[in-house]
Structures are given as structure tokens and as C-alpha cells.
Design a protein around this ligand. Structure first.
Ligand code: ZN
Length: 257
């Protein structure tokens, strides 16, 4: 089942048991999908889509696919590498990624994003698994030159527009069988499966919840597979996660918009 949020009001819509997208008359955090109540049908293709959930904090994971760690000449971490992206970096489907004038090398990182449903604090694996609302597509846009130059990832990861999320939240995903594909101008650049992650989705939630309480709407970007590369103004970028759909964004030069 897929959960959407429609602009401009931010109302929820979701697929019903017959696969028809309808207005959702339930709170997706409070009620499980089996209990959801639906209203009138929605033409999702002509709807203006927002990020499909109200986002809390954005936790990123670095070097979680061995082949990607190798391509950037980084050693494999013994523990997950955690960083934060600013909530103000979030944009929805079809919005523009704006290249900041401070960076000469902005790169895409297509990722599987996991959204938290229940508060998780020092969670067990079972609690973490039950505490997931769903998965969506993310692009962890990164100013690679600033990431290399700065002592922390904060600036490189947090420019405005550096965190596209969407287009839908898949609430019935199998967290052991998810694939992420990234395309730039229609050409495939990255393909990764969650079985190739160094630390799995549930393990990452358990680990993160030991240091920071995860709250409803918090999102975990689970790392990017090999094939990261530079973005240029005018390009179209797509990130697709199994059963979620395609997150589409355009790239804009600084001062263009
Ligand atoms: Zn990343």
C-alpha cells in the first residue's frame, strides 16, 4: 500500500485494498493500514505531491555499501557512520535541486529511506521493526568538495534542496528485499539491494535509537550504493525504490530560480 500527501493542503491519500488511490480518513501513524478508512478517489497523476509524511529529523548513514566505500577510497566502518541532514534541506517530488555557489562538485546519492512510526528509544530489533511506518525514495545530495574539506559532514549534506523525498511511502515493504536504482537523464547510474548493506535497516534503527530517540516522522537514509557522480544544471534525476515509485527532481544552477 502506498501513502501520499497532496498539495497544497497536505491531506493524506492512500491506495485501498483494490489498489485505487483515495483520500485517507485515518491517521497513518495511529492506525495500522488494515484499519484505514477511505474517502473519494484521487487522480494521483494530476495531483500535486508533497513529501508523503511530515518529516522530523533526517539521519544519514555513510559508507553502508562496501562497493561505495571503496569507490571513495574509504575504509569499511566497524560501526555505522551517522550524520544529520538539516530538515530545511527537504524538498518534495518534482522540485528543483539548487546547486549552491559554494560548491564546485555536487553529487547525487540514491537511497532507500525508512520512516519511523512509533517512538523508538534504545529499541530492540523487534521494536524497531514494528516501529517502521514505511519506506520511500531519497536523494542524499552532497557537496563532495565541501565534505572532503570540512571536519564534519554538516555543511556538505545540508544545503537547501539537498534532500528530495517521495513520491509515496510504501507501508507494506519487505525490509529484507528492497532495491534502489538511480538514473540521471534516463541513464542508470546506481543499482543496489538492501542485502548488500553492511548494516541492515532494522540494525541501523536499533543502533541510532541508542543515542537519539527516534520519533514519528523521523527518517533514516540508509546509505548509497556504488556509482555516485556529479550533477549538472539542467539534468533530471530519478531515484526508484522497489514498489514505491520514482522520485523525480530537476537540477538548477544557483541564481536560476
Ligand atoms: Zn548518503
Amino acid at each position: 500500500m502506498l501513502l501520499y500527501r497532496l498539495g497544497p493542503e497536505g491531506f493524506y491519500a492512500a491506495t485501498d485494498n483494490a489498489g485505487v488511490v483515495r483520500m485517507l480518513h485515518s491517521d497513518p501513524y495511529a492506525e495500522s493500514p488494515q484499519e484505514w478508512r477511505f474517502g473519494r478517489p484521487v487522480d494521483i497523476n494530476s495531483a500535486s505531491l508533497l513529501v508523503p509524511f511530515l518529516v522530523g529529523k533526517v539521519v544519514g548513514i555513510g559508507r553502508n555499501y562496501p562497493a561505495h566505500a571503496r569507490e571513495l577510497d574509504n575504509p569499511l566502518p566497524a560501526e555505522p557512520v551517522i550524520f544529520l541532514k538539516s530538515p530545511s534541506s527537504i524538498i518534495g517530488p518534482n522540485a528543483s535541486i539548487v546547486m549552491p555557489e559554494e560548491s564546485q562538485r555536487v553529487e547525487y546519492e540514491g537511497e532507500i529511506a525508512v520512516v519511523v512510526r512509533h517512538t523508538l528509544r534504545r529499541a530492540t530489533a523487534q521494536e524497531a521493526r514494528r516501529g517502521i511506518l514505511g519506506v520511500t525514495c531519497a536523494c542524499d545530495v552532497t557537496a563532495r568538495d565541501l565534505q572532503r574539506k570540512d571536519p564534519t559532514f554538516a555543511r556538505a549534506k545540508s544545503f537547501d534542496t539537498f534532500c528530495p523525498l517521495g513520491p509515496a511511502l510504501r507501508v507494506d515493504a519487505d525490509f529484507e528485499d528492497l532495491e534502489v536504482v538511480t538514473r540521471v537523464d534516463g541513464e542508470e547510474r546506481q543499482r543496489g539491494h538492501c542485502r548488500d548493506m553492511l548494516f541492515g535497516i532494522v540494525e541501523l534503527l536499533v543502533y541510532t535509537s541508542r543515542m537519539m530517540t527516534l520519533q514519528p516522522g523521523d527518517v533514516l537514509l540508509t546509505g548509497t550504493p556504488a556509482g555516485v557522480g556529479r550533477l549538472a544544471a539542467g539534468q533530471e534525476i530519478e531515484v526508484e525504490v522497489s514498489g514505491v515509485g520514482v522520485l523525480h527532481n530537476t537540477v538548477e544552477a544557483w541564481g536560476q530560480g
